[in-house]
Ligand binder design. Structure first.
Ligand SMILES: NC(=O)c1ccc[n+]([C@@H]2O[C@H](COP(=O)([O-])OP(=O)(O)OC[C@H]3O[C@@H](n4cnc5c(N)ncnc54)[C@H](OP(=O)(O)O)[C@@H]3O)[C@@H](O)[C@H]2O)c1
Length: 367
């Protein structure tokens, strides 16, 4: 038999000529596979240069895989540092960025037991590549969250709220009425510290950098539950501790440099300063005498390391506690701006700014 004609790649019509000169027409409807829009980088460097947009065919679903339609995923400092090749965890290239996010389940493999179609899911592992609209992910990398958990809260739950929660739980036994001091009080992590402390009855002294609209920022953070919001300059001459506020036993530092020296200055004897970020790119400088005569400590915290070491039961408890605070509206998402996925460059531009002052967390919106 001879092929006489074939037209159209997707709706193929084959005309076959039989030896007796009669012909048969066969219509083949060829289905185009689902495509995923995704960001990808194949070299480390400036995110604005190395991160590219591509469309890629969604792979077939394995028996224990789940097809997820991503709804939202934040752009965090750690995502930027990973793309720059400056983060301690090195990824193999090419790589899809994005450590956390929320999605909705579209389909499940035949052996998937704990997840059903339409469930709302978050990632319980880092580096799974959330900056894409569709992803095929192993069932064990996903965690079902309640439908009434907000999309932004769910998309940002694994990094900042967990970091805030751990730092408040693991270094100093805090009681209601105790005081925590932190810099970067307006960071996403800082906003979670404020809200969790409020829910637990712990007071917070929150240090932020001065800016033209400082009154608005102070009001916002106070409405979240901040006890005090001071600029770096105001902290230097503050009277709040002389006026009766207990000195903090815990300081949380995500800035470094002079800002961390100031936090340390206000810590109580035997207090602990936990460093979890270095936004100023300056080293932490603390006085020698504080270690010798006041028994003060400087420690570091890294959520990734905690996640690797912690037993599943502790992780479950932490996530349940945080979800419960969110669903009961005691804790809400940080100030944010949703950016349509097609405009991802806007989110990257703001997130890479070394001066900061971006004013919000940028969240990729796949809806
Ligand atoms: N160790 C961990 O496991 C862990 C987990 C989560 C986050 N982090 C770290 O915590 C930090 C905050 O993360 P995030 O997601 O909460 O960030 P974010 O929402 O983007 O906030 C960034 C914060 O850094 C401040 N900032 C930016 N540039 C600065 C500069 N040049 N000097 C001083 N302050 C500057 C910002 O203040 P302005 O508004 O004044 O710019 C803001 O308070 C990052 O360093 C991140 O890597 C660490």
């Amino acid at each position: 038999m001879k092929i006489l004609s074939a037209i159209n790649a997707s709706r193929c019509v084959l005309t076959l000529l039989k030896p007796n000169k009669t012909s048969i027409i066969i219509r083949i409807t060829q289905q185009r596979n689902l495509m995923s829009k995704q960001l990808v980088y194949d070299q480390f460097g400036d995110p604005l240069h190395v991160v590219k947009f591509r469309e890629s065919e969604v792979p077939a679903l394995g028996p224990t895989d789940v097809l997820v339609r991503m709804l939202a995923a934040p752009v965090n400092p750690a995502d930027i540092n990973t793309i720059q090749g400056k983060y301690p965890v090195k990824v193999s290239l090419p790589s899809i960025p994005g450590n956390e996010g929320v999605g909705s389940v579209v389909d499940i493999g035949k052996n998937v037991k704990g997840i059903s179609k339409s469930s709302k899911v978050i990632l319980n592992r880092s580096l799974m590549g959330t900056w894409r609209d569709y992803a095929v992910l192993p069932e064990e990398s996903l965690l079902v969250v309640p439908d009434d958990l907000g999309n932004v809260e769910a998309a940002t739950i694994s990094v900042n709220p967990c970091t805030a929660y751990r730092m408040l739980m693991d270094f100093v036994p805090l009681q209601a009425g105790d005081v925590v001091i932190q810099n970067g009080g307006n960071s996403a992590c800082g906003q979670y510290v404020i809200q969790i402390c409020k829910a637990w009855g712990v007071k917070t002294v929150n240090i932020v950098r001065d800016r033209p609209d400082i009154a608005k920022l102070k009001e916002y953070l106070q409405n979240l539950g901040a006890t005090y919001v001071l600029t770096e300059e105001e902290l230097r001459s503050t009277q709040i501790f002389k006026d009766g506020l207990k000195k903090p036993l815990l300081a949380l530092n995500c800035v470094g440099g002079k800002s961390s020296s100031q936090l340390f200055r206000y810590l109580n004897d035997k207090g602990v300063m936990v460093t979890y970020g270095g936004m100023s790119r300056e080293p932490v400088i603390v006085p020698t005498s504080a270690f010798i005569f006041k028994d003060m400590k400087c420690e570091g915290f890294w959520m990734t390391a905690w996640n690797h070491a912690a037993p599943a039961t502790e992780k479950d408890k932490m996530i349940k506690d945080i979800i419960s605070l969110m669903v009961s509206k005691q804790v809400k998402a940080p100030i944010h701006k949703m950016i349509k996925f097609d405009n991802f460059e806007e989110a990257l531009k703001n997130a890479v700014s070394p001066q900061g002052f971006t004013g919000c967390k940028f969240i990729l919106d796949f809806c």
